[in-house]
Design a protein. Structure first.
Length: 239
């Protein structure tokens, strides 16, 4: 596999407080990589820095180019997309309009927008059924699907997901993770930040453990799933 994203010595500070310190990580094309860790470890901060929403130091290379030279919109056009923890949908707009907003970078190509919309609806048939429904009336699982669908409209090569299972029932969590795993079929790589460590490691190829802003453990997701240290802290003691 060829390298899609490479992060070296990434640090992010809020004033004098360093929230992320010296992080190295890599994502190959077609891979699902997860970052697990406790609340306040710096996971969301790291995603914000990679998206250009927060200032950072270190080197981040995406498709052999330096991300430091690109603002947020340029990063989206380059193929990077973030689905934030709060999903940030427009509740008073219908599902279809929320989806179309995701195609902002392709707004001058109507044919491509239609093609992308058909792709999204084929992957999320429930959203097609509800395309005239207000986003605010959807269930939690449907809202997460809508956030994913909107992100896919930008044709990302790397999709960064912040806590996609947050607040969802276990059966819905399983459905969302099945959808995430299936995105590889259309050439989307995934960087997944997730509190549900078991679901994340069962879905991912590779994993990192982030604690107090630093990577403390990394390896194949299947190895981390059976690591006693990970089990004791994140899997309820069960491997």
């Amino acid at each position: 596999m060829s390298r899609l994203l490479e992060v070296r010595n990434l640090s992010v500070s809020y004033g004098k407080i360093e929230a992320v310190h010296g992080v190295d990580l890599a994502i190959d094309k077609g891979a699902i990589v997860t970052i697990i860790g406790p609340n306040g470890a710096g996971k969301t901060t790291m995603l914000g820095a990679l998206m250009g929403l927060l200032p950072s130091t270190g080197e981040v290379r995406f498709k052999d180019g330096r991300l430091a030279d690109l603002d947020v919109e340029d990063r989206v056009e380059a193929g990077l997309c973030l689905v934030p923890e709060k999903r940030e949908l427009y509740s008073d707009m219908v599902v279809e309009d929320n989806i179309i907003l995701g195609a902002y970078t392709h707004r001058h190509d109507a044919a491509l927008m239609r093609q992308n919309a058909e792709m999204v609806y084929s992957r999320f048939p429930r959203l097609k059924e509800r395309r005239r429904q207000l986003a605010g009336t959807l269930s939690g699982g449907e809202r997460q699907m809508l956030a994913l669908a909107r992100a896919l409209m930008s044709k990302p090569q790397l999709l960064m997901l912040d806590e996609p299972s947050l607040g969802l029932a276990p059966l819905v969590v399983r459905e969302i993770f099945n959808i995430i795993a299936s995105l590889r079929d259309i050439g989307v790589s995934i960087l997944l930040v997730e509190q549900n460590a078991r679901a994340a490691l069962e879905t991912a190829d590779y994993g990192y453990v982030l604690e107090t802003g630093e990577i403390t453990l990394s390896g194949k997701a299947s190895d981390l799933l059976h690591d006693p240290r990970v089990a004791a802290t994140y899997l309820g003691g069960h491997v």
